[in-house]
Design a protein around this ligand. Sequence first.
Ligand SMILES: [Zn+2]
Length: 281
Amino acid sequence: MFRLSNFVEKSLQKNVWELASDSGLTLLHSPLLKKHKGLKHAFTTRLGGQSQAPLDSFNLGRHWDTDESRLDAMKNRERLCRILDLDFGRLAVPGQKHTTNIHWIGNDDEIKEGPLHFQSIDALTTNKQQQPLLLHYADCVPVIIYAPEKQALSVIHAGWRGTAGSIVVEAVKNLGERTGARPQEMIAAVGPAIGPCCFEAGEEVAQALCATVSGFEALINRAAPKPFPDLKAFNALQLLQAGVAEVDVSDWCTSCNTKIFYSHRKESGKTGRQGAIAALV
Ligand SMILES: [Zn+2]
């Protein structure tokens, strides 16, 4: 198995992310984030929902072109909120277009009309209590950043384009500008995503990723003819180089574990979306 550089190995949390059962769903929680009572969060799996094949079964995306699949996704989202005791009617979801665009949800922003989708946005930030933020993804990297002292939160969708654009660093800056939180006060979790075991990329992708961090060619697995970048490690390293205090990285690869997770690449696009949800409480 490909290893990270010594610097990253030392700076990252060594937590094991275990699957946990909650009211019929199978979820994961970052051990680092879970220590904080002011934050509620979960990373979902494909297990325990009502969506039909090939979206079976806890699909949270509305990408599939049937009314029934969209309705099932909304029911799955509603159930997730109910189990976590969060307000489904205030759920905020970025549209996720592989941009580095961030939207701030402040206390003046009222979300009353049911789940709100923000088009052409890939990260949401807030300091609003009881405001659930939801990502949906299949292989891309989900990141949650939390600033406990300022009670501020960001959820970020980082595919290779977002990672090459250092969207997590933009989110750290946005949180700082909006709340005064310093990066040193922030912690972060990088959830299940496609690993360097499975993410084959072009040389131009590898070069774009390496340009975001200094001296870390080692985050590209060069054992095969084509490069296999470690997208989770790139995001973790960008966060650490931005000054974030601790980063917890899931070792689950979505593509290696399609019985548990959706994988866009492994399943040739015919699949659902798992989620990352978080709220200040
Ligand atoms: Zn893999």
